[in-house]
Design a protein around this ligand. Structure first.
Ligand code: ZN
Ligand code: ZN
Length: 338
């Protein structure tokens, strides 16, 4: 089969590799769509713990081709999305119910073969049937599951005033789910007018244009919007320049959520006295944990909208173009259709 195969940071080939064989508790999937996201850009740089050789791709929609002997709940022809992570259940983290920190975490597309290929195998237990959802909606289940986890972490107080920095796929999903999780008002701040228009179309209460090179006007607008500060300030960009602004925008007793993935080497100065005196909370959220089922329910209900979110589609051979697209502000969400 054809696949994108990395043998080191920034070093990949689009090449032919043997077809994978499903174990008895696994299924063989033909990859229908695989989302390309910011995490893949970090993996391309060698960050986020890749194991080589690596076939990336962790947001996978596939069609069952064949099932292993022990698989009973799935049949050929069904479409499924994957929980790309498998936990050992035995390490210290797993035994504390924190399986996303599993010391032996197997993550397809990170340290196990992923979906930037014609075929992929997966444990049947990790598959969720999605025949009832359009493919371009279903493929967003994994990123939305990560958002579900982020909101689990925040434990939003009803009526909260929430601002989300970033109007990429994550920002748009997060802002919408926050609105449906009890927020009293949701504002999205981002540089790209077309993405802000999408946020408004999806029902976000306020949008604020934030010019990356000169954010002063946008920040002033945000401060005018919430003179006492926002209850929850979410960074869905991973940009240190955004994180630096969060303290000036969060209310006393408020919460800053570090949701976007920063470079591994990035750091930002935290005013210790302000955290102490204003009783601020800083929360991280890096992955999903048992969130796919809830994400699918939200997608099925239509509460979180995804129409028009996928703006770029590429073949496997066009993988370099897909990477370039994800790095470009004109792209909202890119997928590979192997
Ligand atoms: Zn992703
Ligand atoms: Zn474990």
């Amino acid at each position: 089969m054809k696949a994108v195969v990395y043998d080191g940071p920034k070093s990949f080939q689009i090449t032919s590799v043997p077809d994978p064989e499903p174990a008895s508790d696994e299924v063989l999937l033909r990859v229908v769509l695989a989302g390309v996201c910011g995490t893949d850009l970090h993996l391309h740089e060698g960050e986020f713990g890749p194991t080589y050789p690596l076939i990336p791709g962790h947001e996978i929609l596939g069609e069952v081709v064949r099932t292993g002997d022990a698989v009973t709940g799935l049949r050929p022809g069904q479409r499924v999305v994957l929980d790309n992570t498998t936990r050992c259940g035995e390490c210290a983290a797993c035994r504390r119910g924190m399986g996303h920190f599993c010391r032996n975490l197997a993550a397809q597309g990170v340290n196990r073969p992923g979906g930037f290929a014609e075929y992929v195998t997966a444990r049947a237990a990790n598959c969720f049937a999605v025949d009832d959802l359009p493919p371009e909606t279903a493929v967003l289940a994994e990123p939305l599951a990560c958002v579900v986890h982020g909101l689990d972490r925040v434990a939003l107080t009803p009526g909260s005033d929430v601002v989300v920095f970033g109007a990429g796929p994550t920002g748009l999903l997060l802002a919408q789910l926050a609105a449906h999780s009890g927020a009293g008002r949701v504002t999205v701040a981002a540089p790209t007018p077309a993405k802000l228009a999408k946020a408004a179309e999806f029902g976000v209460d306020r949008t604020v244009r934030l010019d990356r090179s000169d954010p002063s006007a946008g920040l002033a607008e945000l401060r005018a919007l919430a003179p006492e500060g926002f209850d929850v300030v979410v960074d869905a960009t991973g940009a240190v320049s955004v994180l630096e602004e969060t303290f000036g925008l969060v209310r006393e007793g408020g919460t800053i959520v570090v949701y976007g993935m920063a470079a591994e080497s990035a750091s930002w100065p935290v005013p210790a006295y302000e955290v102490f005196r204003r009783e601020l909370t800083i929360i991280g959220s890096f992955a999903q944990l048992h969130g796919i089922e809830r994400a699918l329910r939200v997608l099925r209900s239509g509460r979180v909208r995804t129409d028009g979110m996928i703006t770029h589609r590429f073949s496997l051979d066009e993988y370099p173009d897909a990477l370039a697209a994800v790095a470009d502000s004109s792209c909202l969400k890119a997928v590979l259709a192997p």
